[in-house]
Structure formats: C-alpha cells, structure tokens
Design a protein around this ligand. Structure first.
Ligand code: BTN
Length: 241
C-alpha cells in the first residue's frame, strides 16, 4: 500500500480527496504539520509538530448512509491501540477518543458518492501524540490531552502508527465480513456516552435527554424528557452531568 508523506500540508483530508479517484484503497496520506487542519462541523483542527495527522482512502462500495460506520471503526481502532499502551481510552459519540474525559483524538470522515454508492471514503484521523499541553490552543486545552502527557514519556510515533494501521486493517476486514452488530457491540463496550444525560447540538437545533443507544448507522438514540426517542446522525455532544 502506498504512503504519501508530507512535511506540511493544508489538510491531509484535502490531499486524500484530490488523489482518491486514482488511488487504490488503503492509500495513506500523512503529514508532520497541517496548516489548515479541519475538524467536524466546520471547526479548525490545530495540528502542530508531534501529532499524527493522517487520512486513509477506502473504497468499501457501501451505501452513503453507511459511511459513518467507518468513523466508528476508526474510533474503535484508535481506542484499542491506546488501551494496549495501558491507558484507559474511551469513545465519546460520534468520534472522540478520550482519556480520563479529555480528548486525545478526533476523526473526520468525508465521502464522495455516485447516486447512493460511495466512490470513496476518506477517514481523517488526528491524534495528539508527543505534544505538550502548551502546544494546544488555550481555548481547548482544558478538555484536551496528549499521549505524552498521559504516559509521562515520549512515544515512538512510527511504531504507534504501525500498530494503528494493523488495527485499522483488522477492523476493516471485520467490517467487510461480519454483521455490523459485532463491531457495534465492541464500540458500545468502549463508549462512555450511553447512559449519560447529553446535550447534542446540530446545525439546526439542540436536543437534550439521555443517550440510550446507537443505531446500525451510527446515529445516537436520545430519550427525551417527554419519553419520546430521537435519532441524531451528526452533532456535537456534551455530557450534561
Ligand atoms: C474532530 O474531532 O472535529 C475531527 C478532527 C479530525 C482531524 C484530522 S487530522 C487528519 C485529517 N485532516 C484534517 O484536516 N482533519 C483530519
């Protein structure tokens, strides 16, 4: 599989999307620094030296509505690799990997589809690895952490990346051959969202209630105060207490 390595890019997701049509699935774009790193919902993703900023091109040939399943898979893979280092990583819906409630990784999945089949999916993964807290913008510092901060030592990024790519591939193989419910159960076991009172913000509104489950498409199921249920496919999730 091909790896495109850059010292500096705007965003590895942008590059991956530019080359996706002509590249094989499994192709990786990775950079030391991103100048225009993008987060979900139009947010900026600060990406200095020391992190892992990467995008994987996948061509699973699935319906577009299933593309968010790949976000869940990537979160699972990252959480597993971090847990293997002895840290208690959990997943906050839909895509944050956290240690002790602090974000260490974010995932931005972007897909291009023809009618309802995806042509390709770009899974962008950003992991705070060897940065110090001072390298993280003050506005988000309190809610963020890095692997170096959590472990109290420098991490070898190359071996971390090898482990992550191996785990991602395992998850992706499982995704293709097993019913999605298996992966969902694994995801649920690592998620700390289910059972919590949450407040989810979408571009159009705010939904409050108890997170009670996740649908096979990765939507969060919320039970509201009036006992009605609602499924939210994308949004920003805050734990209310
Ligand atoms: C989020 O939590 O909002 C998602 C953050 C995703 C960041 C990664 S870093 C590699 C890839 N390139 C980008 O511009 N974004 C993703």
């Amino acid at each position: 599989k091909k790896i495109h390595y850059f010292e500096e890019v705007t965003s590895t997701n942008n590059i991956a999307k530019e080359i996706a049509a002509s590249e094989e699935e499994g192709t990786l774009v990775i950079a030391e620094v991103q100048k225009g790193g993008r987060g979900r919902m139009g947010r900026e993703w600060v990406s200095p030296h020391g992190g892992i900023w990467m995008s994987v091109i996948l061509k699973p040939g699935i319906p577009l509505r299933h593309a968010s399943r790949l976000t869940l898979i990537a979160g699972l893979a990252v959480a597993n690799v971090i847990r293997n280092m002895g840290l208690d990583a959990s997943i906050k819906w839909p895509n944050d990997v956290r240690i002790n409630g602090k974000k260490v990784c974010g995932i931005l999945t972007e897909a291009k589809a023809e009618v309802d089949r995806v042509d390709y999916v770009v899974v962008g993964i950003g992991i705070n690895v060897n940065m110090d807290l001072k390298d993280i913008p003050e506005s988000i510092r309190a809610g963020s952490t890095t692997l170096k901060v959590e472990l109290g030592r420098h991490i070898k990024r190359v071996s971390f990346l090898q482990d992550l790519l191996f785990e991602l591939e395992q998850q992706y193989i499982n995704f293709k051959i097993r019913p999605f419910s298996h992966i969902l159960n694994e995801w649920l076991a690592l998620s700390d969202t289910i059972g919590k009172e949450v407040k989810v913000t979408t571009p159009s509104r705010i939904i409050e209630g108890k997170a009670i489950g996740i649908t096979p498409d990765g939507a969060l199921v919320i039970k509201k105060a009036d006992d009605t249920k609602e499924e939210i496919i994308a949004g920003r999730c805050i734990y209310a207490r």
